[in-house]
Design a protein around this ligand. Sequence first.
Ligand SMILES: [Zn+2]
Ligand SMILES: [Zn+2]
Length: 383
Amino acid sequence: MGNMAKIAVIKDVLDVEIQEYPIPEPLDDGLVIKVEAAAICGSDQHNLTTKPAKPRTIGHEFLGKIVAMGKNANEAIHSYGGTLNIGDRIVVYPHITCGKCDVCMTYGNGVCVCDNDFMYGGGKVNTSDIKNNDPTVWPHFKGGFAEYVHIFANTYVWKVPDDMPAKIGVLLDPCAVAMRAVEQVMTSIGGLAEGYSISSRCLIIGAGPIGIMAGMILKEMGVEQLVYLDFLDEKLENAKAISGADMVINTSKLTLEQKVALVQEATCGGPNIVIGAANHPSATIEGLHMIRKLGTYVEIGAINADTPTLSNRLVFKKNVHLTSVSANTPACFNRTMRFLMRWKEIPFEKLVTHEFHTLEGLVPTAKLMANPDYLKGVLTFES
Ligand SMILES: [Zn+2]
Ligand SMILES: [Zn+2]
């Protein structure tokens, strides 16, 4: 190859430079994809508004077509869907784990809380290993907001059917977060069947894309009731239309006591499943007040926010199962991919509210994330 291609590099707060580097030949155990689509994650907003220690790549939700393969790529890369060939479209598990640390040895290779985790488009820039996100270090293309990405050994990938739109395939990562949140409530700790069942009443706090996807999954699983809380009517209407929620409540003008009373009345005594997807400090406390005794609370959106006073008395009194999603696994991604494969019957495309077509569109689109009509911004290269 040797031709030049573009990659987005974060230099400073909301300052992304489009740089050019030679398209790499893949390592013997790697491959190179030409990117078809890349999505902006909630965490990318944090990345774009934080000055990096060193200029770095960005983007971990991406999908592309294989254009070059090392001779051992099929042995070294874990492919769901069979042997990889040039021309195949793939979507990627964004983490590469070491297989050797305590987490990997205890829970298995691929669990993304590995002590030596590498994430495509993540924050690692100062390692001696070329698996970092410094774009000046060969093979340069290590983040999804780029025209190409070099895929390293030990990456998990999924083959994407030819007719599946790239902007839907690229939802794999956020949808897997929602899937893992729902799977957390299926664990019945203590044998009292407090978790998911056909009669579950579910409350989701925060009608963003991951909250909506969690609701879509719960509805597909046949729960009895699904309720959303948010501050914005437009977000609540979207959540209802896409997930099929039974009820949405705008809590912007209510006191804590009013919110709790309203939710407990609406859910006949309180939801037994609460998913906190609001990334807001008050959400966890509110959810714990609302939840039914012995219920399960799953926190998925607290990257920017800290709950000021978490009441241990409240946790004790409710006998609540309190858990969270920050670890995920290729196996959960695989179940999620099978869910996304049903894109013809389930309206995933409605989650993509802001599509753009050039790397230069990344920052302007990310700036719209707080708008009430924004769910997911996705870059799709027109070919
Ligand atoms: Zn993500
Ligand atoms: Zn590890």
